[in-house]
Design a protein around this ligand. Sequence first.
Ligand SMILES: *Cc1c(COP(=O)(O)O)cnc(C)c1O
Length: 395
Amino acid sequence: MNTVTPPHRILLGPGPTNMPYRVYRAMTTPITGHMDPEFLEIMAQVGDLLRYTFVTNNKITLPVSGTGSAGMEAALVNFLEPGDDCCVLVGGFFAQRMAEIASRTGANMIQVDAEWGKPTDPQKVADALRGRRPKVIAVVHGETSTGVLQPLGPLAEIAHKHDALLVVDTVPTLGGVPLKVDEMKIDVCYSGSQKCLSCPPGLAPITVSERGAEALRNRKSKVQSWYFDLSGVEKYWGKERTYHHTAPITMIYALHEGLSIVKEEGLENRWAHHAHCMNALRAGLDALGMPSLPEPDYHMSSLAVVRLPEGVDDVRLRSRLLSRFNIEIAGGLGPLKGKILRIGLMGTSCSEGNALLLLSALEILLAEDGYLKATGRGAGAAQAALAQAAVVAAK
Ligand SMILES: *Cc1c(COP(=O)(O)O)cnc(C)c1O
């Protein structure tokens, strides 16, 4: 008999992450119809839990059926029409994907580039938009290819001055990194289920402000994508409850459970926990001679992107981490291929224990290959950081 028997990996890459047992359990509960009154009640609760997690009162708040990229597609194709001006801030792989999707709508692209590993200077955005009428300003909050956390405040100001919609990718940040959609004046915000929310990949939470909803109503042309047209999807998730497509029932159960855990833990506690564990991991990586690619002011607390020591073969290192220690981390994309490691501490994968385990394993492998003279410095630095934080917390 052929059965699926995947190994239990320790997932410390940029997603997917390990899942809580409660989420697995939710996925083995019975399927109902997608119009079953019991299921409609679960959908309503998912909407409320998403509002809690995004920190928003937005009416249109729902999970798009598809991975994070489906959220990206929905967040752009619904708000752009041919001939609109669209500004995209591009400093990494996922921002490039946003620019690619936006350009396919027939919008006039205003691309503001930043060096990979650096945030985009808001002044550059303001300069590029002089005399233009952008409909959308699109930006990645946490760029998973570089580890850069882009400050959103100045961009929200620029967007609102131009009467543009601020569209923000929060795929690897929602649920792990401080984010308040309403307070930060974000108009369209999307994420993915498999990063800091620790659910299986396959759903993309999205929320749309009243300004965004108005832009939807005022479109001159139909949205090019039928499936991702939010006006149709909203009729199923909103009050009308009319069939659009069959909701991926099991995935919705999983998201409900994952978001319930976020709410039980408390968003602020969760943000603090990510910062605490990541701080220890960074101390250890620094001690091992693996400095962060972004400057400290632009660190993400869910993902560390660090430079590899001279000469270390990243493919060999990562494959040995996997085969010997069962740990997955990621390498670089595009111009950073072979130069960096990308290490996530997201959701359920984010723990003091995982930070210490990874550092210990890295030290053993680097020492075996002659890149470290002695073991213990990385894990030791992380231990010191954790002990120090405990002392500070007790005061
Ligand atoms: C992971 C990620 C995506 C894409 O999500 P998928 O689930 O792979 O489609 C988009 N943007 C960012 C910043 C990401 O980290």
